[in-house]
Each structure stands twice: as structure tokens, then as C-alpha cells.
Design a protein around this ligand. Structure first.
Ligand SMILES: Nc1ncnc2c1ncn2[C@@H]1O[C@H](COP(=O)(O)OP(=O)(O)OP(=O)(O)O)[C@@H](O)[C@H]1O
Ligand SMILES: [Mg+2]
Length: 240
């Protein structure tokens, strides 16, 4: 299909092969792991549903600083040589996802991007790709940090290396599980909206998180963003 707008030089976001392969991977996760579209449900699905639900209760009890979790993940990420590891936050009142959110937080990171393993891990609970690697400098290890974004967004989206994926706080309509069931987003205008929010003359970084904010969290997120002091960079060695 010919697109009626331009992405400038954002080749990664137009790489049809990467998108097709990402799409196949997401379909595989949905069918193999969550038995979506299969006649027989996976007997472990109910266990997972309970585990994820109690995890969410825990997340909501603690006031987890979701921005810190995103920053830590960016610090753990891989970067190509010569790239200055950068994480950028953009808050916009534009409804990027068309979900009716009063504001959206966009997070841009110029890392190498999500691998299959990273995607498998984020579509799980407690299956960190960094387990046992603390001594090698990784901060993450539990495999739940990212889920703290659900405190502020009921449907976080990830764009990276061909993946265009949405997760939902609402239990998935087919398997009843929340937070970890990926949904491939095929409609494309979102990307042009993201480009516009980032600055249409700039090249989009490889990984983008799109967080349409819950109406009652907009102010809190704004406050958390302005509370981020440059000094926190002292605790990180990569991120600039
Ligand atoms: N920005 C990112 N780029 C690539 N992969 C990521 C990114 N953020 C998360 N991941 C992948 O998703 C997994 C889950 O992330 P999450 O933050 O939930 O857990 P963690 O960082 O492994 O451990 P912790 O719970 O201690 O934060 C990671 O192990 C990593 O493989
Ligand atoms: Mg983490």
C-alpha cells in the first residue's frame, strides 16, 4: 500500500521485511503461548492470569517510579558503537493512538532495538533476559519493571525493529490475561503522528514507547518528569 505521507529518512520503520518477521513472531507468541485462535486453551492460562493479577495488585500497592524503570532499561540496553546513548521524553496533548487519552508520553531511545529475546521477555512475567548478569553491569533482573507503565497508561505501545505492539491493562478478550499479551498494530497513521511530535525533520530513534496517559495521571506524570534532575545521570554510565 502506498502511504500518503512521508517518514523522511526513517527507513527502519518502513522495512517491510522486519515488519513481516516481527508480525510472525507476535502471532507465534499469541498462539503458542497464549493459545489464541486454538480450539483448546492452554491449561496454564488460568495460573498465569492469577499470577499476573496478583502482580498488578503489588504494582499498584507500591508507588513504583515508572520513569526510573524506563531509564534503567535504557541504561541496560545495547548501543551501536559511536552512538551516544540517549533517552528522550516528549509529552503531547495530541491523541497519538486515537484512544481518547488527554495526553501521551512518548519515550525515544536510540538503542539497537528489541530482539526476539527482548520481545519474548517483555511478553512474560519474571523472565528477564538479564538474570544473573548483575556483575556484568545490568541493573534489571526481575523481569517486571516495565509493567510499572500500567500505573499511568492502560495501553502502552512499543515500536522497535519492525515490532509495532500494544499491550493492554484490560484482560485480553480471547485468553483473559492482561499486561503480557501482545497485539500487532497494523494501522499506520500513528507513525506520522509520532514523527510530528518528535520533529518531522528528525530521524526517529530505533525504539519508541507510546504511553497514552490515564486522565487522572497526566499531572502526576508531568510532575515526575520535572522532578527528574540531571544529577540522576551520575548514577548511570551510558545514558546521556
Ligand atoms: N527498551 C528496551 N529495549 C530492548 N529490550 C527491552 C527494553 N525494555 C525492556 N526490554 C526487554 O524486556 C525485558 C523485561 O523488562 P523489565 O524492565 O520488565 O525487566 P528487567 O529489566 O529484565 O528486570 P527488572 O524487573 O529488574 O526491571 C528485559 O529483560 C529486556 O529483555
Ligand atoms: Mg527493567
Amino acid at each position: 500500500m502506498v502511504e500518503s505521507y512521508s517518514y523522511g529518512n526513517n527507513q527502519t520503520y518502513q522495512d517491510e521485511e522486519a515488519i513481516a518477521s516481527a508480525k510472525r513472531h507476535i502471532k507465534e507468541i499469541r498462539t503458542k503461548k497464549y493459545s489464541i485462535g486454538k480450539k483448546e486453551a492452554n491449561p496454564l492460562t488460568l495460573d498465569l492470569h492469577h499470577a499476573v493479577t496478583s502482580l498488578s495488585a503489588e504494582l499498584y500497592q507500591k508507588d513504583i517510579h515508572f520513569l526510573m524503570e524506563l531509564i534503567q532499561n535504557a541504561e541496560d540496553n545495547e548501543y551501536e558503537e559511536g552512538v551516544e546513548p540517549t533517552l528522550e521524553f516528549v509529552m503531547t496533548k495530541k491523541d497519538i493512538t486515537g484512544s481518547g487519552a488527554p495526553a501521551t508520553l512518548l519515550v525515544f531511545n536510540n538503542e539497537v532495538g528489541f530482539s526476539r529475546k527482548n520481545m519474548d521477555s517483555i511478553c512474560s512475567v519474571g523472565r528477564s533476559t538479564k538474570k544473573g548478569k548483575r556483575q556484568r553491569g545490568f541493573i534489571g533482573e526481575k523481569g517486571i519493571g516495565f509493567k510499572s507503565v500500567f500505573l499511568v497508561s492502560s495501553q502502552p505501545w512499543i515500536f522497535s525493529n519492525g515490532y509495532r505492539v500494544r499491550f493492554t491493562e484490560e484482560p485480553n478478550q480471547y485468553c483473559g490475561i492482561r499486561y503480557v499479551v501482545p497485539e500487532f498494530v497494523t494501522r499506520r497513521p500513528y507513525l506520522s503522528r509520532i514523527c510530528n511530535a518528535y520533529g518531522s525533520n528528525k530521524i526517529l530513534p530505533t525504539t519508541i514507547f507510546v504511553l497514552p496517559l490515564k486522565p487522572d495521571k497526566v499531572e502526576a506524570v508531568r510532575a515526575q518528569l520535572s522532578d527528574l534532575h540531571p544529577e540522576i545521570l551520575l548514577f548511570f554510565s551510558k545514558i546521556k
